[in-house]
Design a protein around this ligand. Sequence first.
Ligand code: NDP
Length: 484
Amino acid sequence: MTDLRTAASHFINGAFVEDAAGDPIPVIYAASGQEIARVHAATPAIVEQALASARAAQAEWAGMSGTERGRILRRAADLIRARNHELSVIETHDTGKPLSETLVADATSGADALEYFGGLAGSLTGEHIQLGQDWVYTRREPLGLCVGIGAWNYPTQIACWKAAPALACGNTMVFKPSEETPLCALKIAEILQEAGLPPGVFNVIQGRGEVGAALVSDPRVDKVSLTGSVPTGRKVYAAAAEGMKHVTMELGGKSPLLIFDDADLEDAVGGAILGNFYSSGQVCSNGTRVFVQRGIKEAFLTRLSERLSQAVIGDPLDEATNFGPLVSARQRDIVEGYIAKGVEEGARLICGGGRPDLPGWYVEPTVFADVTDDMIIAREEIFGPVMAVLDFEDEDEAITRANATEFGLSAGVFTRDLTRAHRVIARLEAGSCFINSYNDAPVEAPFGGSKLSGVGRENSKEAIAHYSQVKSVYVRMGPVEAPF
Ligand code: NDP
């Protein structure tokens, strides 16, 4: 039996810390509606303690060799893998996502990030530029104190995707999870500490938006990395700009998935299912506008309905379950509101749309066909299990319509035509793309969006550039020639 109680609300300077004066934040299990734990939002005193510890720890952490820093991160990765089951149970309680998913997609993905960036840490270098007898060398230096702010859909993964590259580069971090999912990041902080991380290098404090805002506006903070919605992204980016701070923004999307007549039908249906219903649709990169070429449309819808009828909706802790509830009652209301709009606007409801007869915040996997570009369900991010299927005739038209959105997070194409696949992907305006697949996010590949979906990239070697800065040093070997 996994113990869900946490020793205290915050983890600062290597220890659990409580300040019961902070607003209580109940942790509600999405599959039952019951309170399973309770934390307190950070008071100004807690915010101060976290920032001061992270600031104080930074120089010594950056002074260690990259190999030493990396060893700690890799040890943490091993501990996470060894405790995958326990961490997955906590992730399931925090989010409601089924254990069949969390066992393979959350702590494991966090461990991958810690292992990958732990491995890179020892090889972070500058360069040498010879200029005759003079020369320039560059030093790759940390930014300093980074703030990470997370969304509720992947609380373990988000904490690790931000902490791993930040710490590998010699930064320290204060991380604020979403108020909906406060438990997972505390476990990661505990494990990093056990792996040998010095106190103050990774701190977790709880709170709602105002705690995030207090962190972002503090002059001691050098960088802010947010995973969240576009409206929050605008606010956080603007506040960071006041202090000329570096940012990474991983925001929302309404990504297109293009399925051509010649696609392998089973693969295309599988891709559309992964890109709409994994984590009950609460994935930012989901391909929620599924453009299906007319020749394959009816076959696609028939096979999709057949496969959706096999979804096992139920107790997330039962490993046979592969479709769980939404994170909160509020999110379920939002999703049901969009389903009602889809019906009202005249889209054809193919399946789902209702609530399964279960306690908790469930919504059935829902598919609308005959969706048109102007409908709200084709324009706004729903962040729930609602797929919009749109028809198209030819390639040019599909690309133009796919790009007619202010978002640009992801895009996918299913076709057996090799040249068409690459031609189409080259024209789609999105940061993370897929050919004959959807939603793969290995740590080795850059992840992030264009347009309103974000700034910067997480994962891969690209992330190093977003958590470090280059100092260039000119070295003169001869006499200095001054005009007077
Ligand atoms: P929100 O944008 O509401 O919140 C994101 C985080 O920011 C939360 O921790 C929130 O705190 C905090 N926050 C809110 N206001 C402020 C502020 N003014 N200053 C600083 N921090 C603030 O997103 P959700 O948590 O509702 O997550 C869902 C959204 O996240 C979706 O739109 C989705 O697309 C996006 N997302 C993007 C991903 C990506 O990688 N591109 C991945 C996953 C999700 P609190 O909620 O506790 O009040």
